[in-house]
Design a protein around this ligand. Structure first.
Ligand SMILES: Cc1cc2nc3c(=O)[nH]c(=O)nc-3n(C[C@H](O)[C@H](O)[C@H](O)COP(=O)(O)OP(=O)(O)OC[C@H]3O[C@@H](n4cnc5c(N)ncnc54)[C@H](O)[C@@H]3O)c2cc1C
Ligand code: SF4
Ligand code: SF4
Length: 820
């Protein structure tokens, strides 16, 4: 079999467009190219459109990474971070970076994006004047916001408004200056602009339209204020320029490629040099330059296909739609809605509901759509706009949306069902209905998370999540589990993941803070959300958040399991299932002294004292404590037991010291609170006497080391584990399991077992983060180890010393008692 040498593909720029090209290329023609990327930014590929949620604190940088370091490694891509290409040498087919690095190419892909435009006013170079394009800009804004003060944003377009909202969320006093009378005038008509302005004013953002900036004033080289043409003076600690972008085409121009406003390309995205392609915002195609991702992704598909040898695919241009990513403002705009004689319009206003919809028609076709307040029909209108559908038959009810098209209201899913396969559902990622439905059926997806993982739909700004859900409903019927968007409980519309994210982003450190800042509908939460919030706060702020015992259920409050007759059962910890005559004597003494009727060995190899009277519990704990025993947390959403076999100590087949390792693991992990219970098992050989392969986490010792398993269950559902990896030493077992547990602690939803979490996020997530990415593993394990510093206190001892004597009070009563 002959093997062809891979061709050299060099990419300049590591933004969203080339990232997508490579995704397609590696799928279509793995190994065909040896890829080298140069990126002026010192980082991996991330979702630039999510910078606004990072600025507003709703996401962290880690959440918006598209390809992490492991991805480049997996695909054998050489990524030069922080190296800017200064020259393309077409004669020698090579590029040269600012640090002297040279790379030769067979094919070159230019993807330099665009540069923010800076208005040439005096003071534009002062420290504190920033643009809004990359993570460094966001960091600069966040640093400025730390000390509060005034922010002036020049530009009331999409980016300017997102920056304004983000800075406001970070606590700054924000003014937006916009030259035109209407905000986002290129996307909105004056009515929608007015509603938007009002909504921003409600968020305490000051808007000045018709504002012509004359000068930026400074003090000691740093920005101090902004002066307008009409003499208005505004104080400013930071000025954000968001007035437009220009394709970055200089490098191509210098190399002698044909350039207009952007780098000129044909329908194959080839520049005037056929071995040099260009993609993204730096490109001018058929007279158009684009500033949104959907068209760039269309281009990316074509380039990848061409590079993979399918020359038939061509790019013929895109129509774009815009959404604003400001939480709570629903705004959708597509196409052209300028006034002209040959156009008609249909308008719907609902003043009380804050809804405004306008369709612009020409020759019975939709050419523009603006939706404010209710954007559910955006995809439907956009689809008709792109296809030039004749709407004559629908005209009377068109504005009411797809559900009413034809006169009678339909089930909303019927509307989605009626969309054609090529209707675009996710504008950010350019994913159409057919792709999503195909992924749902072929990959057996049951929730939005799965669709996100496999198609990227709803993975960016997330406004199409509702549509994706409806598609799941249409495709799966009753089998659809609307997990991703299920609110935590009736107290909030937010799902678990959003709440967790906001706890981190807004640094919320107590249940009252969460309830207040995230607009809970009840005064103090309920039995469903309070334990979850308590867990999320504990897991997020180790050492800072003080456990709210009253937000725990009875078993956790009393450190014992309530049984059907109202008595309790108490399980002391026996490390790795090993005990001593002294411990057994103490257990027997306690059983005698408190007339405990039943002493039973549990499924996890511990001794259960069943039938303890409620009033005896503190004394039982005290006696067990006195004999050196601590709580086995047999009741907890926490590490329960590590079951072991006898291993090399006693068994003829044992390959490793499974009992010793079980003890080490239990001592390492006990006390850690987790989203649900966690049980471990360590077997000394594949005969698996400790049943490690149906545990949340299991270790099977083998001749070469240790197989680490996870995501098993033997409760209501029985499920064998999945293999995480095999490691050589006990120290590695601890590190990998520490990291895995921490990942689960950080991502798992309250009451979600490890196997359910792994099912939801995908087994590969754990493998990528814990096995393939050593840095990430070490970080996760370090966070686990750090949090354990605060966790390994025996609750019995604390209680025996008088702490939290209110353990039998239910949390609702406790709360009411506190406010009374
Ligand atoms: C804050 C913000 C919010 C946005 N919101 C949305 C939105 O909601 N919806 C939407 O559709 N779009 C949005 N966009 C636009 C979208 O992000 C861009 O369309 C898209 O990122 C462009 O992709 P690209 O690959 O062409 O360029 P970019 O992603 O800009 O990447 C270009 C990269 O090339 C690097 N580079 C440049 N010159 C060189 C050189 N000489 N050598 C090496 N590297 C170089 C740059 O450092 C940069 O990393 C937003 C943009 C921003 C900034
Ligand atoms: S798992 Fe293997 S080592 Fe452990 S007791 Fe069973 S046979 Fe022995
Ligand atoms: S299996 Fe069921 S009945 Fe048995 S102890 Fe567990 S919960 Fe109780």
């Amino acid at each position: 079999m002959s093997q062809t040498t891979p061709k050299k593909l060099v990419v300049i720029g590591n933004g969203m467009a080339p990232g997508r090209v490579l995704d397609h290329l590696f799928e279509k023609a793995p190994g065909a190219y040896q890829v080298t990327i140069f990126n002026a930014e010192p980082r991996v590929n991330y979702d630039r459109i999510m910078l606004s949620p990072v600025l507003s604190g709703e996401k962290a940088y880690e959440d918006i990474i598209i390809h992490d370091d492991a991805w480049y490694e997996t695909h054998g891509v050489t990524l030069h971070k922080g190296k800017k290409i200064l020259e393309i040498d077409r004669a020698d087919r090579k590029v040269v970076a600012d640090d002297g690095t040279v790379a030769e190419y067979d094919k070159l892909l230019i993807a330099t994006g665009s540069s923010p435009f800076v208005i040439p006013v005096p003071g534009k170079d002062l420290a504190g004047v920033v643009t809004y394009r990359d993570l460094d800009d966001v960091d600069a804004m966040l640093a400025a916001a730390k000390s509060g003060g005034h922010a002036v944003v020049i530009g009331g377009g999409l980016l300017g408004l997102e920056a304004a909202y983000g800075l406001k969320r970070q606590g700054m006093d924000v003014t937006v200056l916009h030259l035109m009378p209407t905000l986002m005038e290129r996307q909105l008509d004056p009515s929608a602009g007015y509603l938007l302005e009002k909504a921003l004013a409600d968020r305490d953002i000051r808007i000045i339209t018709r504002a012509n900036t004359k000068e930026i004033t400074g003090r000691d080289g740093k920005v101090a204020g902004v002066v307008l043409e009409d003499g208005t003076k505004l104080p400013a600690d930071i000025v954000v320029m968001a007035v437009g972008i220009r394709p970055s085409a200089q490098l191509a121009d210098d190399a002698g490629l044909e350039v207009g406003r952007g780098i000129l390309v044909d329908d194959h995205l080839r520049t005037s040099d056929p071995d040099i392609l260009a993609v993204g915002e730096c490109v001018e195609h058929r007279g158009q330059c684009y500033g949104l991702v959907a068209p760039l992704y269309d281009m990316a598909k074509v380039i990848a296909a061409n590079l993979a040898g399918d020359e038939a695919q061509e790019y013929t241009g895109s129509v774009t739609a815009t959404k604003l990513k400001v939480t709570g403002i629903d705004l959708y705009s597509a196409g052209d809605f300028a006034e002209a004689d040959d156009r008609e319009e249909i308008v719907l206003r609902d003043a009380a509901g804050g809804v405004y919809k306008r369709l612009v028609l020409k020759d019975n076709k939709i050419i523009g759509a603006v939706l404010y307040g209710d954007t559910a029909d955006g995809a439907w209108f956009f689809d008709m706009l792109k296809k030039g559908t004749d709407i004559s038959d629908l005209r009377d009810t068109l504005i009411f949306g797809q559900a009413y098209a034809g006169g009678s209201p339909l089930d909303p899913t019927a509307a989605v069902a009626a969309l054609p396969d090529d209707a675009e559902i996710c504008g950010c990622n350019g994913v159409c209905k057919g792709t999503i439905v195909q992924a749902i059926t072929e990959k057996g997806l049951t929730g939005v998370d799965g669709v996100r993982a496999h198609t990227k739909a709803s993975g960016s700004c997330g406004t199409c999540t509702g549509l994706v859900e409806q598609l799941l409903k249409v495709t799966l019927g009753d089998a659809f589990q609307p997990d991703a968007v299920q609110p935590m409980c009736g107290c909030t519309d937010l799902g678990h993941d959003d709440v967790r994210r906001l706890i981190v982003a807004q640094e919320l450190k107590s249940i009252p803070a969460v309830v207040q800042e995230l607009n809970w509908k009840t005064s103090c939460g309920c039995a469903k959300c309070r334990p979850a919030l308590n867990y999320y706060l504990l897991a997020t702020w180790p050492g800072e958040y003080v456990d709210d015992k009253q937000s725990r259920f009875i078993n956790e409050r009393v450190h014992a399991n309530i049984q059907k007759d109202g008595t309790y059962s108490v399980v002391p910890r026996m490390w790795g299932g090993i005990t001593t005559p002294d411990e057994l004597r103490a257990i027997a003494d306690v059983a005698d002294k408190f007339k405990i009727p039943t002493v039973k060995v549990t499924g996890g190899q511990r001794i259960d004292l069943l039938g303890v009277k409620k009033e005896d519990l503190p004394a039982v704990w005290a006696d067990l404590n006195a004999a050196g025993m601590v709580s086995g947390h047999a009741y907890g959403k926490s590490l329960r037991t590590v079951k072991t076999c006898v291993g090399t100590d006693w068994c003829r087949f044992g390959t490793q010291d499974s009992t010793g390792l079980g003890i080490k693991l239990e001592r390492f992990m006990w006390g850690s609170w987790t989203p649900h219970k966690v049980k471990l098992g360590v077997s000394g050989c594949p005969r698996n006497c400790a049943e490690a392969t149906c545990k949340d986490i299991g270790v099977v010792c083998v001749d070469s080391g240790y197989e680490i398993h996870f995501a098993g269950a033997a409760g209501m559902h029985v499920k064998g584990t999945e293999l995480l990896c095999t490691v050589a030493t006990e120290a590695e077992v601890l590190e990998y399991i520490g990291a895995l547990t921490q990942l689960y602690r950080e991502q798992g939803r309250y009451l979600e077992r490890i196997y359910k979490w792994a099912d939801r996020v995908g087994l590969d997530v754990a493998r990528e983060q814990v096995v393939e990415n050593a840095d990430r593993r070490k970080e996760l394990n370090a966070r686990f180890v750090y949090s354990q510093k605060f966790m390994q206190n025996d609750p019995w001892a604390e209680r025996a010393q008088g702490k939290d004597a209110e353990e039998f009070t239910s949390f609702r009563l406790a709360h009411l008692g506190k406010v009374a």
